[in-house]
Ligand binder design. Structure first.
Ligand code: F6P
Length: 319
């Protein structure tokens, strides 16, 4: 293999730049040419790519977002779009492709594999919803961003003795809410994975008020409920002073944590090694501290383990 490509696709995630840097530098270290494809599968279809050099990835390890840009490509969902992408891959001489993204991007990778393209996936999404890896790139930064936001909201919540309902991202996954809720000491956490009882949430709030708690923070995963609706219900039934904060895309930006940079550097470098050794059709993940590869199709078919015990712990600690 002489020339490989790299792209980022789907929602950006902090640490993607560190992964691109690792791919580019590891490839060049081994004498490979490396092509950066712009705007994910969109760029593959429309021929938006350029050769990358050591300097192309200078000064990016600490930056959020992705220098290659990203997109969600509707054209790539169609067979004609994928054929055009294949043509661009062949014309550009790319012999192996590294896809950094989430489950939608991995489904695209599977389609390219079916067309005979050698693809390796690197999991990059704040949602941490991909099986066969304990963590996806960007998740740790998002959890830290949310925890930081909880700290700030807590100051004003305490001052005004209010209830705050904070909505966080994660699509259908409650990972961000669970870990940030535990780290931020939220009174209640509503997750798509675990049925919740709003009466119990309100009972917990009332108990808190009785023993002198000055505020209540309810963390809601976007896949579980709408913070606005939950706040409405609480207001109707308790007459407490309730406010809503929807953190939105603030969660996805900012400098990646050291953990995400480490993870991204390890996975990016390992992806180059996979292609060099002739392995493809797989994704890389970190399992128990070790870098492991799994067939992408297998990983996509698996349900990610959800640590319910952390939810139990968070509930006990917020008694
Ligand atoms: O998958 C990452 C994610 O941030 C989800 O948590 C969220 O639901 C979605 O992307 C938002 O997508 P967009 O940036 O396209 O609005």
């Amino acid at each position: 293999m002489r020339r490989i490509g790299v792209l980022t696709s789907g929602g950006d995630a902090p640490g993607m730049n560190a992964a691109i840097r690792a791919v580019v530098r590891k490839a060049i270290y081994h004498g490979l040419e490396i092509i950066g494809i712009k705007r994910g599968y969109h760029g593959l279809i429309f021929g938006e790519y350029e050769k990358m050099y050591l300097g192309s990835v200078a000064d990016i390890i600490h930056r959020g977002g992705t220098i290659l840009r990203t997109a969600r490509s509707p054209e790539f969902l169609e067979p004609e779009g994928r054929q055009r992408a294949l043509q661009v891959i062949r014309e550009s001489g790319i012999e192996g492709l590294i896809v950094i993204g989430g489950d939608g991007s991995f489904r695209g990778a599977v389609e390219l594999e079916k067309l005979g393209v050698a693809v390796v996936g690197v999991p990059g999404t704040i949602d941490n919803d991909i099986a066969c890896t304990d963590y996806t790139i960007g998740f740790d930064t998002a959890v830290n961003n949310v925890t930081d936001a909880i700290n700030k909201v807590r100051d004003t919540a305490t001052s005004h003795e209010r209830v705050y309902v904070i909505e966080v991202m994660g699509r259908t996954s409650g990972y961000i809410a669970l870990q940030a809720g535990l780290a931020g000491g939220a009174e209640s956490i509503l997750l798509p994975e675990i049925p919740y009882d709003l009466q119990e949430v309100m009972e917990r709030m009332r108990r808190g008020v009785k023993r002198g708690k000055l505020h209540s923070i309810i963390l809601v995963a976007e896949g579980a409920a709408s913070a606005i609706e939950i706040a409405g219900e609480i207001k109707t039934h308790t007459h407490m002073d309730v406010r809503v904060t929807i953190l939105g895309h603030l969660q996805r930006g900012g400098t990646p944590t050291a953990f995400d940079r480490m993870l991204a550097s390890r996975l990016g470098a390992a992806a180059v090694d996979m292609l060099r050794s002739g392995n493809h059709g797989c994704m890389l993940g970190m399992v128990g501290g070790e870098i492991k590869s799994t067939a992408i199709e297998k990983a996509l078919a698996m349900k990610k383990y959800f640590p319910e015990e952390l939810y139990q712990l968070a509930t006990i600690l917020a008694i």
